[in-house]
Every structure is written in C-alpha cells, then in structure tokens.
Design a binder for this molecule. Structure first.
Ligand SMILES: *[C@@H]1O[C@H](CO)[C@@H](O)[C@H](O)[C@H]1NC(C)=O
Ligand SMILES: *[C@@H]1O[C@H](CO)[C@@H](O)[C@H](O)[C@H]1NC(C)=O
Ligand SMILES: *[C@@H]1O[C@H](CO)[C@@H](O)[C@H](O)[C@H]1NC(C)=O
Ligand SMILES: *[C@@H]1O[C@H](CO)[C@@H](O)[C@H](O)[C@H]1NC(C)=O
Length: 381
C-alpha cells in the first residue's frame, strides 16, 4: 500500500497547487443527513436489530466492530472527515447520548428503496428512513421551541435547509431480485424502484431540503457473493470476472437515476442536485487494481473457502460454524489493504479510501465541482 498512499499524497499536492483558492462556500455544510444501505451504514442496522458484528470487522480504524460492514471506515466517513465534520451517528443509536448536532445517519445495511417485505434483511427501507428523518426533524423543532439545553446534541433550525442530504441506496433492490426474478423482469422493475426514490426526494424537498448528493450504485456483479452464486458458469462472467447480468442491471439503474437527477434539477431550480458516479470509480478500481496499490480485486479478505473468492454464503466474516462435522471460521486476511473486497459483499477501508479520493476530484460528479472544493485542502490521507 505504500505506493497507493504515495499516489494519493501526490494527487492531493497536485490539487493544492492547481486549484484556485477563490472558492465558494458550497461545501460549508453545517450538517449532513444520510440515507442508504450498508455502503453508508455507520451502525444503524446493528443498533436497530441488536445483532452485533463480529471481529475482525472494524479492526483497522476502530479496533473493534463499529457497526460498519467493513474493516474500517466507509466512503461517507472519509467525506465527513474531509468536510471537517464528525462521523455521523446512526438515528437508531440511543445509548451514550450520541450527538446529532452535525447530522444524522438513517442508512441501514440491507435496506432497499422499495418497501421491505417479510424476508428483507432490513425493515428500514427508504420510505421508513425518510419518515424517520421527519420524526427526527419534528422532535428537534419541538425541543428547540422549549429549551436551549440540548443545543450541543441537536441541529439548529436553519441547519435543515442548509444541510447536505446524501443518498446511497438501490443496490439491494437489484441484488435481492436476482434470487427470484429474470434479468428482464428486473430491468423492467427499475422505473418503479426509481419512482419510489423520487417520492422520497420530493418529500424531503417539500420539508426544506435543498442540497442533494446522490451516489449511483456500484458494479453489483463484481461482489464475490454474486459471483459465487450466479457466476459458476464462466459464460456468465464479463472480462473482469464479474457477473454480466448484475452489472447490466446496475448500469440501467444508473442511467435512469442520472436522468432522474437531471429531471429533479429542472423541477427544483433552487436546489443543488449532485450525482456522483460511484460505478465508474469502483469498476476502474477493480479493472486496474494493481495501479492503485491493490493485489486482490475480487477475492474477499474476510471469509471462508480460500481462492478464488474466499466466500461462503453460510459463514459471515468473523463467524465460526460447524461444516461437515468440523468447526470452521471466516477469518480475516493478513493485510486487508491489499484487498478491494472485505467480506464478499462490502469494500475494504483501503478501497473506500480510494473511492473517496476519486469522489474528491469532482471528475465523477454531475455537475462537476473541482473548482468549489475548499475542503480538499483538509484531506487527511
Ligand atoms: C447551489 O449552488 C450554487 C453555486 O453552485 C450556490 O450559489 C447556491 O447557494 C447553492 N444553493 C443552495 C440552496 O445551497
Ligand atoms: C482501466 O484503465 C484503462 C487505462 O487508463 C482505462 O482505459 C480503462 O477504462 C480502465 N478500466 C475501467 C473498467 O475503468
Ligand atoms: C462437505 O463434504 C462434501 C462431501 O465430502 C463436500 O463435497 C463439500 O465440499 C464439503 N463442504 C465443505 C464446506 O467443506
Ligand atoms: C499470513 O501470515 C502468516 C504469518 O506471518 C503466514 O504464515 C501466512 O502464510 C500468511 N498468509 C497469507 C495468505 O499470506
């Protein structure tokens, strides 16, 4: 990883030299409200279902499981850090007086845009997360009307309008569907998924949200979980070794999401809607991993089964189970910074850091923002 860290350091240096300092205050957000799935869950599902993650989750940065499905930090943690804001506390975390002064995280692993069903991993689908936000806002306004005693813990009234509203959700709507539907059925369901997303955005706008930051979905077919289940026939794999149908679904969802962002921007000229192309960043990382200091683009670091995927759907990272009469454990690899994938479904901290560094360039954003990024100067890589 030495070369990786070096590249990023050089990149930061380059940007410091090249960027004009006459920047606007666009990234001076007082708070962030985030909605999503495991890609940005900082402990929501674990708090909500009270089902702990096992070590080595969290080993790199937090030194213990942090509620994140990762060895360390997520993309959103790097974004918060770069904006000089603290990591977001989950809405569902009730203990130890978590501060929500600078925002709140409604994301929960496994969540879908479409309403959850009895078999969903997470009951906290997008509509519920948006409803949780409304309850959060109403309670904050209630408290602000009565007392200043809790100012340290809750957003100021004007933060709701000035905040950045971030979204990273949709991956599970596609991933789950592949277990019961054909590709054509899944592709045909995408407009319905995005209509539900649009309703959520519109109701947030109606409640005063104005700054929207929307991540598209990653290359779903490159996750070991999907390769193990749907990629056993090599004819189903693309040139990277990823499941073609899954990536095709991700691409179509992303095309329509991008069109939706354009439409919303037209509909709400007083709002800023930024679309971030995470798919391109992650695909590039998986295709050109060695250039970015990685050694394993597809194999999970923490898992059971060994190469090529080191993934067994029956044993989650850190778990021990009896298989064929003997006890086996899904262990972590020696050096997770060499791996793109952490546990077969989620990315490693090293990969998340790479993705965040690419987000910061502004090149993958629509509209691009490289000339308005004072926070770039505070990068702590
Ligand atoms: C949207 O961005 C523009 C500049 O890109 C900025 O002037 C404006 O204040 C932003 N709008 C909101 C609601 O923050
Ligand atoms: C990998 O890198 C090459 C050379 O820069 C680039 O043309 C290609 O698009 C990259 N692959 C992906 C999937 O982004
Ligand atoms: C369990 O044993 C069967 C039969 O020997 C074998 O095919 C299978 O791969 C084994 N499973 C694991 C997880 O080792
Ligand atoms: C991990 O490290 C141990 C001890 O240094 C070594 O014996 C083992 O071969 C390593 N495993 C891999 C997969 O590199």
């Amino acid at each position: 990883m030495a070369s990786h860290a070096c590249t990023i350091r050089n990149l930061t240096l380059l940007l410091i030299i090249c960027l004009p300092l006459s920047t606007s205050i666009d990234f001076n957000y007082p708070a962030v409200f985030n909605f999503g799935d495991s890609n940005s869950d900082t402990g929501g599902l674990v708090a909500g279902l009270a089902e702990a993650l096992d070590p080595p989750n969290g080993q790199i940065y937090f030194q213990k499981p942090s509620g994140r499905f990762c060895d360390g930090r997520l993309i959103i943690d790097f974004l918060m850090d770069a904006m000089d804001l603290p990591f977001l506390n989950p809405y569902l975390d009730s203990i130890a007086a978590p501060s929500f002064r600078r925002g709140c995280n409604f994301a929960a692993a496994g969540s879908t845009i479409l309403p959850a069903t009895a078999s969903s991993v997470s009951p906290f689908s997008f509509g519920i997360q948006v409803a949780q936000f409304f309850r959060f806002k109403a309670k904050v306004e209630d408290i602000l009307a009565k007392t200043r005693k809790y100012d340290k813990y809750i957003p100021a009234q004007d933060y709701f309008q000035k905040a950045l509203y971030m979204f990273d959700i949709g991956q599970n709507d596609l991933a789950g569907a592949f277990y019961s539907k054909t590709l054509d059925q899944i592709l045909a369901s995408i407009p319905t998924i995005l209509l539900e997303f649009e309703h959520g955005i519109e109701s947030l706008y109606d409640q005063g949200a104005r700054n929207f930051w929307i991540h598209n979905t990653g290359p779903l077919g490159c996750l070991p979980q999907n390769i193990a289940k749907f990629g056993t026939d090599s004819l189903k794999l693309d040139e990277l070794g990823c499941v073609s149908s899954h990536n095709q679904a991700s691409r179509l969802l992303n095309l329509q999401l991008r069109a939706l962002c354009k439409k919303l921007q037209g509909q709400y000229p007083d709002a800023n809607i930024t679309h971030v192309d995470i798919f391109t960043i992650k695909s590039n990382l998986i295709a050109n991993y060695s250039r970015y200091g990685f050694e394993q683009p597809l194999m999970a670091c923490c898992g059971y089964g060994g190469p090529p995927l080191n993934y067994d759907s029956g044993i989650a990272c850190g778990q021990t189970k009896v298989l064929n009469g003997s006890s086996v454990t899904a262990k972590g690899c020696n050096d997770s910074t060499e791996y793109v994938n952490w546990d077969g479904i989620h990315y490693t901290e090293a990969a998340n850091q790479y993705v965040a560094s690419q987000v910061f360039t502004g090149k993958y954003s629509d509209p691009p923002f490289a000339d308005k990024m004072p926070f770039l100067l505070k990068l702590k890589f």
